[in-house]
Design a protein around this ligand. Structure first.
Ligand SMILES: Nc1ncnc2c1ncn2[C@@H]1O[C@H](COP(=O)(O)OP(=O)(O)OP(=O)(O)O)[C@@H](O)[C@H]1O
Length: 338
């Protein structure tokens, strides 16, 4: 595989007056998995199609190292881009055997080498024994492996996967996710996975890109994006978040849940934290339990204090509605928003 990154700068795509992709930049490094996470309609598929060459650019440029792949004036056609695409529904050719599906993208090789390479890639994705089958004889997870082998076999500059888990049930999903990550890493390819599932994105990504309304809200490691969101919209894409109003004075924001160190102008400020940053603690601040919802191994407990409400996670049965409790905010896990 290639050692150069695939670089997208300021990509823009408009449909009429709607800007579906609005100045998006990203860099896909060989051997790294980038997950693109955003709600339905935020422009993920359009961005993927632009990179694959299925959608023209209204602005920006795509390069592979120093090689121009696309700009608003010039574009390498999709079949010569060497960018692999794995669709949601796998899009296997139903009239071709599994091995011929994988060999399809290797037309530049002599027939014997083509079959040898195809067999090699089927082996690498763990279904070396199914080459003679028809696609419909395979399970959803196996079909996805064929699609992956077909995309990887021509040694692409990058591989793009559109919602690769959407058609799989919860059990198969975990297995396919782990297999997929392992195969992509072993192939050393630059991979971009589009998903609207925060858990899939965080579990797979080396680099995470959070997108909304055509724009990148935040990019970074999953840990960074989760723990240090740059905005409420970015925070909400990755899970539940609590927001507390406070007042900033002397480098601190005073909220009902505690004081958070924060430089910035004096006056009103919002403090944001995840439910797990707030916990029941004997030496904490007084609060009242206003509701309890059981969620399997944990209970989601709503507490109230000084007119503010927040949710924390506790052991089931630990508290009941109406209880007076004490709670502590781990201020190191709270972030101030301006
Ligand atoms: N060919 C098109 N013509 C007009 N509008 C389009 C076209 N393709 C996409 N759009 C619009 O661009 C916006 C982004 O769509 P896109 O499919 O890229 O979002 P998405 O994040 O992939 O959504 P989903 O997760 O639902 O597939 C949407 O408002 C959509 O309606």
């Amino acid at each position: 595989m290639t050692a150069e990154p695939l670089i997208c700068e300021d990509l823009t795509r408009r449909f009429g007056r709607r800007t579906a992709v609005d100045g998006v930049s990203l860099r896909l490094e060989p051997g790294r998995i980038t997950a693109l996470l955003g709600p339905s309609g935020c422009g993920k598929s359009t961005l993927l199609r632009m990179i694959a060459g299925l959608e023209p650019l209204d602005g920006g440029v795509i390069r592979h190292g120093e090689t121009l792949i696309a700009s608003t004036r010039r574009a390498v056609p999709p079949e010569r881009r060497r960018i692999g695409l794995v669709f949601q529904d796998h899009a296997l050719f139903p009239h071709l055997s599994v091995i011929d599906n994988v060999a399809f993208g290797l037309a530049h090789l002599p027939r014997a080498a083509r079959r040898e390479q195809a067999a090699h890639w089927l082996e690498r994705v763990g279904i070396g024994d199914r080459g003679g089958d028809w696609p419909h004889q395979l399970s959803g997870g196996q079909q996805q492996r064929v699609a992956l082998a077909r995309a990887l076999a021509p040694e692409p500059r990058a591989i793009l996967l559109d919602e690769p888990f959407s058609s799989l049930d919860a059990y198969l999903r975990a297995e396919v996710r782990e297999d997929l990550a392992r195969t992509l890493k072993a192939a050393g390819v630059a991979a971009l996975i589009v998903t609207h599932d925060a858990r899939d994105a965080m579990l797979m990504a080396d680099d995470l890109i959070l997108m909304d309304q055509g724009r990148v809200l935040q990019a970074g490691s999953p840990e960074d994006c989760y723990a240090r969101p740059v905005s409420l919209s970015a925070a909400r894409l990755l899970g539940d978040v609590e927001v507390a109003m406070g007042d900033r004075a002397g480098g601190r924001v005073l909220t009902p849940w505690g004081e958070v160190a924060s430089d910035g102008p004096e006056g009103p400020a919002h403090v944001m934290f995840r439910p797990e940053a707030l916990s029941l603690s004997a030496d904490g601040l007084e609060a009242a339990v206003v509701s309890v919802a059981y969620a399997g191994d944990q209970a989601e407990v709503d507490v109230e204090r000084q007119g503010a409400r927040a949710t924390l996670l506790a052991a089931p049965g630990a508290v009941r509605v109406g209880d007076a409790v004490r709670v502590r905010l781990d201020v190191a896990r709270a972030v101030t928003l301006d």
